[in-house]
Design a protein around this ligand. Structure first.
Ligand code: AMP
Ligand code: TRP
Length: 330
């Protein structure tokens, strides 16, 4: 049985980067891989690696769940659940900490970046977070894990840990493959197109939120930083701004960059941006409408209850195997 597993942290508001790099991939893969079971979750345990406001966290957990469905995940097809409601994640996370070396954790780029930005009160879990992420994946014998570029290193570590555990204790875990989209694994900031589009940026013009006012979102595309040349050409090194916009365009229309370049030969940045602004508008509008509908519905809780039951059943069985392999318990 093939199984896809992925998650999103309920911190900050999801951006167009999250949508293109992750959410949209889940939806595409759900349709492209009919024989693959799909598990997606809200990674709330991961959120508390940094301080969170209790009310906001609670609200965001539900919002991410609603967003998954609003973006097109079919609750009949997908097991959707909240990570913290399946206790086994934390237990296997600890087992993975007992499989990983401190040096491996300290080498993670994301940890080093976050540690640099935050000087005081860095939580231990910020360091050990990739062990929990490995647990999220290995618990379900995932074969494929769709993630954006920034998560690839964590996926490599997950593979190492699975192999190490299997060698130490006997075959227990499936070694998963990362899946990153061909276009859009790293959407850049609209104001500083060499950096990642990131909801924690201080400049709201640098990112588009899935919940942004639709006209504000259009304006952010119109005012996106581009170079002074006017050729609509993909060249990440010399023309990062327009390349990023081309990437967004291609991802949202499922067209190739080449095809879009051809369409805009002789055109202007302004005309191109106007078209892209409309594409973004048309993408966000139905998502926002559906989102508001689902958030209010009772159905959401039923979906999450069902998801928790299904995920727990698999997780419990896996953990009892892991305990046996290691020699824990009676
Ligand atoms: P996070 O919000 O950090 O939990 O990220 C959720 C998913 O979105 C992960 O798979 C990330 O790799 C992906 N992601 C986040 N930012 C971007 C971006 N700017 N471009 C593409 N993918 C992204
Ligand atoms: N660490 C991921 C992120 O920050 C979210 C995540 C947690 C995840 N557990 C996962 C993604 C397991 C894929 C599989 O984006």
């Amino acid at each position: 049985m093939k199984r896809l597993v992925s998650g999103i942290k309920p911190t900050g508001e999801p951006t167009l980067g999250n949508y293109i790099g992750a959410l949209r991939q889940f939806v595409n893969l759900q349709n492209e891989l009919p024989d693959t079971e799909i598990f997606v979750f809200i990674a709330d345990l991961h959120a508390i690696t940094t301080p969170q406001d209790k009310q906001k966290l609670k609200k965001r957990i539900r919002e991410i769940a609603a967003l998954y469905i609003a973006c097109g995940l079919d609750p009949e097809r997908v097991t959707l659940f909240i990570q913290s409601e399946v206790m086994e994640h934390a237990v296997l996370g600890y087992i993975m900490e007992s499989t990983a070396y401190i040096g491996e954790m300290e080498r993670m780029t994301q940890y080093k970046d976050k540690k640099r930005k935050q000087t005081e009160g860095i939580r231990t879990s910020l360091l050990t977070y990739p062990a929990l992420m490995a647990a999220d994946i290995l618990l379900y014998d995932a074969t494929v894990v769709p993630v954006g570029e920034d998560q690839r290193q964590h996926l490599e570590l997950t593979r190492d840990l699975a192999n190490r555990f299997n060698n130490m204790y006997g075959e227990t875990f499936v070694v998963p493959e990362a899946y990153t989209p061909k276009v859009g694994a790293r959407i850049k900031s609209l104001t500083e197109p060499t950096k990642k589009m990131d909801k924690s940026s201080e400049n709201p013009k640098s990112y588009i939120l899935l919940q942004d006012d639709l006209n504000a979102a259009k304006n952010k595309i119109r005012s996106a930083v581009t170079d002074s040349d006017s050729k609509i050409k993909f060249d990440e090194k010399n023309k990062p701004g327009i390349s990023n916009l081309l990437m967004i365009y291609a991802a949202l229309t499922d067209r190739s960059i080449k095809d879009i370049e051809d369409q805009y030969i002789g055109s202007t940045y302004q005309a191109f941006k106007e078209d892209l602004a409309n594409i973004v508008y048309d993408t966000l509008k139905p998502i926002q409408e559906k989102f508001n509908e689902i958030l209010k519905s009772k159905e959401l809780d039923e979906i999450l209850d069902k998801g928790r039951e299904k995920a727990s059943y698999i997780a419990r069985r896996k953990m009892s195997k892991v305990y046996k392999r290691i020699g824990l318990g009676r």
